[in-house]
Design a protein around this ligand. Structure first.
Ligand code: TGC
Ligand code: FAD
Length: 392
């Protein structure tokens, strides 16, 4: 792969809106990505393997629980710092950002928000340091966009629960030590359970042959009469709103992450357009190529401002789920369009692993589907503005 010459675009001087802490956190993550992700990521994506050696670095840059309080091992940062970390990691690769998103928003967040103090103390410090990796099981083979109809269930057996069912498409599943699993009790109410690797009847087969997110490990979670100790139930929130609350935090991080992928594609294409000579001129001098580049920087700038504002609203605890949906949907769509256009600017070189663009383009095909599809987020906006539910 080519050396990492990344220079972040900042057309509307977003840096002026950031605090010194935001910039310090962002720059540390940016340096780490240049040093520890760029040199290895193409190779891991090609061989479809998660680079386990990145776990310590992710923990060190605060990517595991950026906004979880320091007393539980988190980084104690605000929502904008969290977003900037996700942006920088996804600038490197969406699959690595996936691991950070799942660990922070889908595993640490529910333990912090819905767990009791004993659960927080037992799990959060180990997750923050990367000693343990977690995964999040909501989606099932027959229930993706509609998780409320899940069939995974548990029965109260007196001194323990008995868990049965299966989850599919679970990031980090093949190597996670713990899984936050959403399942129905005998009254059809959804609860979160902490399932630990090694519990009898619990297995995590890997999903192979993905063309997207190849450097992220994906798998199933299978529960065959798994005995779950009663103290592993998250006691402080139940119902579908509990997992959806975690998704709000993860979707917000993805909105920032997608900007990172888009920035990397734009920056690569801009540099290439000034170096590649055809018909005696740099291709960047042709109007058709300038149109592509000008539209890219316009869309990136709009997404940066939208997402920064969303971060401010989240810091003030005022952001709605529908606002988060709008940002996730807009930014991932923006990034996927930019990846496609940037790839064209590179001509044939754009399809090779010499450059990051094709890998970003393929990764974003997962990002536009997981954490709520492009269509589902549009329907969430539609419901929010009309008050009319078009899901069912
Ligand atoms: P609905 O009746 O609308 O709501 C049920 C209850 O949930 C509440 N609620 C929310 N709470 C918090 N945050 C949100 N975003 C919420 N949205 C809804 C709602 O108020 C209600 O509460 P209550 O107290 O009245 O019961 O539910 P529905 O069954 O009609 O479904 C709504 C829909 C379709 C929007 C929702 O189910 C949905 O978002 N579907 C998409 C599924 C999804 O996003 N799955 C993601 C799986 S995890 C993943 O992809 C990880 S990838 C990670 C990585 O690698 O980075
Ligand atoms: P479906 O729900 O079957 O949707 C298929 C199509 O129908 C989509 O285009 C959708 O938009 C459309 N559709 C569905 N309902 C409607 C409707 N009401 N109106 C209009 N159109 C509709 N899940 C987890 O729980 N944990 C994870 O860690 C996780 N990681 C993932 C990693 C990867 C790489 C991928 C690909 C997925 C992951 N997922 C995870 C699952 C992901 O959240 C689901 O794939 C996603 O929610 C969509 O569900 P589905 O694939 O079953 O598609």
């Amino acid at each position: 792969m080519k050396p990492d010459l990344f220079e972040a675009p900042d057309y509307y001087k977003l840096d002026d809106l950031l605090t010194d802490e935001h910039k310090l956190v962002r720059d540390a993550a940016r340096e780490w990505v240049k040093r520890d992700i760029t040199p290895i990521i193409e190779d891991y994506a090609q061989k479809a393997e998660f680079p386990m050696q990145t776990i310590n670095g992710l923990a060190e840059i605060g990517a595991f629980g950026p906004y979880i309080p320091l007393e539980y091992g988190g980084a104690g940062l605000d929502q904008i710092s969290y977003g900037l970390i996700m942006q920088e990691i996804e600038r490197g690769d969406s699959g690595i950002r996936s691991t950070a998103s799942v660990q922070s928003s889908l595993v640490m967040y529910p333990i912090w928000k819905y767990g009791n103090e004993a659960q927080r103390k037992k799990y959060l410090p180990k997750l923050a340091s990367g000693e343990w990796i977690g995964c999040f099981g909501l989606t099932e083979p027959d229930h993706g966009s509609n998780p409320g109809d899940m069939v995974t269930n548990f029965k109260d057996k007196g001194d323990h629960y008995l868990l049965n069912g299966a989850k599919m498409w679970i990031s980090n599943a093949p190597f996670a030590q713990i899984a936050i699993v959403w399942a129905k009790d005998e009254n059809n109410r959804i609860h979160g359970l902490i399932v630990e690797r090694g519990m009898e009847g619990f297995s995590t087969p890997e999903t192979h042959n993905k063309w997207s997110l190849r450097a992220s490990a994906t798998g199933e979670l299978i529960f065959d009469n798994v005995k779950i100790p009663k103290e592993n139930l998250l006691p402080n929130k139940s119902g579908l709103g509990a997992p959806l609350g975690c998704l709000d935090s993860a979707r917000y991080g993805i909105a920032w992450g997608a900007i990172g992928a888009a920035m990397d594609c734009y920056d690569t294409a801009l540099r290439y357009s000034k170096e590649r000579i055809q018909f005696g001129k740099p291709i960047g001098q042709f109007q058709l190529q300038q149109k592509k580049l000008a539209e890219m920087i316009t869309e990136i700038t709009k997404a940066q401002l939208l997402t920064w504002r969303l971060g401010v609203l989240r810091n003030e605890d005022k952001a709605t789920s529908a606002q988060i949906s709008m940002a996730k949907r807009n930014n991932v769509d923006m990034a996927i369009s930019i990846a496609r256009e940037a790839r064209q600017i590179l001509g044939g070189m754009g399809i090779t692993g010499e450059y990051s663009i094709m890998r970003h383009a393929m990764n974003l095909e997962s990002v536009i589907t997981y954490e709520g599809t492009h269509d589902i987020h549009l329907l969430i906006t539609g419901l929010d503005i009309t008050g009319l539910n078009a899901f069912k």
